[in-house]
Write a protein that binds this ligand. Structure first.
Ligand SMILES: [Ca+2]
Ligand SMILES: [Ca+2]
Ligand SMILES: [Ca+2]
Length: 177
């Protein structure tokens, strides 16, 4: 069971769980179910289909949907724990049977939109793995929200934290007496 926090804050009483298909869908997808686990925490369960890649969308208004920070793959029982302080939020699976994707690693490290950022990087940091320019700020790979001079493509290549100012060039201070 993996837990992720939704970033939005309105108090959690309403979850809508549904499955949204993406692309070809030769095997029907069972709906998502959810059950309360603890205060503001829910288990989200669904039955996977072999070869299928699963993303999850969440929304607080049914208009703006965001990718949850995980990817799942394949058949069997899937479960995620979800916590939110929102008074309502909505979840839906976003899934597809993608050619050449045969494992969770394939799904995580593929770059579905070809923008230079892996799918797992995109969902971890709040970008859309199906859109190369998923915010109004410019191409996803060229963004530098931590303002350390390294864009996301470079941070991914270096393995640095794209949300922390950890450009190694900024961490060396040399003073000359
Ligand atoms: Ca990408
Ligand atoms: Ca993208
Ligand atoms: Ca950066």
């Amino acid at each position: 069971m993996h837990l992720f926090d939704l970033k939005y804050s309105l108090p959690a009483v309403l979850i809508l769980a549904l499955a949204l298909k993406s692309g070809g869908d030769p095997v029907p997808q069972a709906q998502v179910t959810f059950q309360p686990a603890a205060q503001d925490t829910f288990y989200v369960d669904w039955e996977g289909v072999a070869g299928r890649t699963y993303f999850m969308h969440f929304s607080t208004n049914l208009v703006d949907w965001h990718f949850a920070p995980f990817i799942d793959f394949g058949d069997g029982a899937h479960q995620r724990g979800v916590h939110s302080d929102s008074d309502r939020f909505f979840l839906r699976l976003y899934y597809g049977d993608f050619p050449g994707i045969n494992s969770l690693d394939d799904a995580m490290y593929a770059d579905f939109d070809g923008d230079g950022l892996s799918n797992i990087f995109e969902v971890t940091y709040g970008y859309d793995p199906f859109e190369s320019e998923s915010t109004l700020d410019g191409p996803d790979a060229e963004l530098d929200p931590d303002d350390d001079g390294l864009d996301h493509a470079t941070e991914l290549a270096l393995g640095t934290d794209p949300m922390a100012k950890d450009n190694p060039m900024l961490q060396l201070e040399v003073t000359v007496d």
